[in-house]
Design a protein around this ligand. Structure first.
Ligand code: SF4
Ligand code: SF4
Length: 378
């Protein structure tokens, strides 16, 4: 197993970290429940294969993820790995709430300490809330008492929010969404390099963009096929991540033993992490091939917002583009339903035209919103 440096912490962890957000289900008495035995076999198989970092959270599978992990780490496995788990700041109104959550997590995980403890899914608003309720000072205290080893956060938001949060506290590690399609999205390459310059190790989530990069659409696969070195789309995605020295562990959420074997083989390969100029070009070509599949050239600048009727125009276009870029209409439809739930879906457009006058790309917003409803609103 390849090992990766963790910046200023002066430690190493396996390049491949096991994510425990979802496990395979099975039917029992007409109900779909987690296949605990399979999940435990995956966890122990990963550790036997050299994985030293396992990621879960208070909210994953309604808390059952931490319980499964706690069971899997009996019989001497706990000592072989670092546990990363998370506290949801929005469920904390006072420190007593946080203490109760941590106590529950330690019980579920059957351990007396957490190695990497993360404030879950920070953006600027959540971070301000975390500060208002005293979570940073509480993290300091937990570290001093040895209940947690490292003070960390996971992040979803813009680069500006990331820069603010990362410089606002003495973080030991940050976890970001990053992959070859998200180089300019969320924290992005700029955020990754900022963390590196501060010596803060970075753990990567969404390296396969929620699995979307694992199955390349035809035009993207053609780009991979034309390259002289053959790798699966999954291996290419992980290779891109490993080429960044700032990257510590790369999380991968698995649901089958076959996927575990595949991941172990990828992260065991003895080869340089540095990309050749041809490989750098390959990632550009693959990115272009994905981008060629977009439905509309919305840059997400939000100059068209707010819509007086509540339509979240850039979110609707993002959902539409993503559904076609990754050949994945299901998630596009979920995104659409989420917009409907938030009273922000394209159907609310009354064609007032205010947005079109503001769009620097001169996009036909009104007609395009109708197509969004037709193509992913069903
Ligand atoms: S045209 Fe539709 S989407 Fe644009 S501002 Fe008016 S109501 Fe909102
Ligand atoms: S102004 Fe145009 S490009 Fe910018 S978010 Fe709105 S639709 Fe997209």
């Amino acid at each position: 197993m390849k090992m990766r440096n963790f910046g200023k912490l002066g430690i190493q962890n396996s390049a491949f970290g096991l994510g425990c957000m979802r496990f395979t289900g099975k039917m029992v008495d007409g109900k779909n429940v987690t296949d605990d035995e399979l999940a435990k076999n995956i966890i122990r198989g990963a550790i036997d294969g050299g994985v030293t970092y396992i990621d879960t959270a208070y909210v994953y599978i309604g808390g059952h993820s931490e319980e499964i992990l706690g069971e899997a780490l009996l019989d001497g496995y706990r000592e072989k790995v670092n546990i990363a788990t998370k506290i949801p700041p929005d469920r904390v109104q006072k420190i007593e709430d946080a203490e109760e959550i941590l106590a529950t997590e330690l019980k579920r995980l059957q351990t007396d300490h957490i190695d990497f403890y993360l404030m879950h899914g920070l953006n600027k608003d959540k971070w301000e809330h975390a500060k208002a309720v005293g979570l940073p000072q509480w993290f300091d205290k937990l570290k001093a008492e040895g209940k947690i080893r490292y003070k960390c956060c996971s992040f979803h938001g813009s680069y500006e929010e990331f820069e603010y949060i990362i410089k606002d506290y003495d973080w030991d590690m940050v976890q970001i969404q990053y992959n070859f399609m998200d180089v300019e999205n969320q924290a992005g390459t700029k955020g990754l390099e900022l963390a590196g310059s501060l010596g803060i190790p970075v753990v990567i989530m969404e390296g396969l963009l929620g699995g979307k990069l694992a199955n390349a659409p035809e035009n993207v696969q053609a780009v991979y096929d034309a390259f002289p070195v053959k790798r699966s789309p999954v291996e290419w995605a992980f290779r891109f991540l490993q080429s960044h020295p700032e990257v510590g562990t790369i999380l991968s959420g698995l649901t089958t033993m076959e996927q575990l074997e595949d991941n172990l083989a990828i992260f065991n390969k003895e080869e340089s992490d540095e990309l050749s100029p041809e490989e750098v070009q390959l990632f550009k070509d693959v990115r272009d091939a994905y981008n060629a599949r977009t439905k509309i050239g919305c840059t997400g600048c939000r100059y068209c917002m707010p819509c007086p009727n509540g339509v979240d125009i850039p979110a609707a276009f993002r959902a539409w583009n993503n559904a076609f870029m990754y050949n994945n209409l299901g998630p596009g439809n979920w995104d659409y339903k989420r917009l409907q739930r938030d009273n922000a879906s394209p159907e609310q457009c009354v064609e007032c035209g205010a947005c079109e006058a503001q769009c620097p790309q001169y996009l036909p917003i009104i007609e395009s919103l109708k197509k969004v409803t037709e193509e992913i609103g069903g």
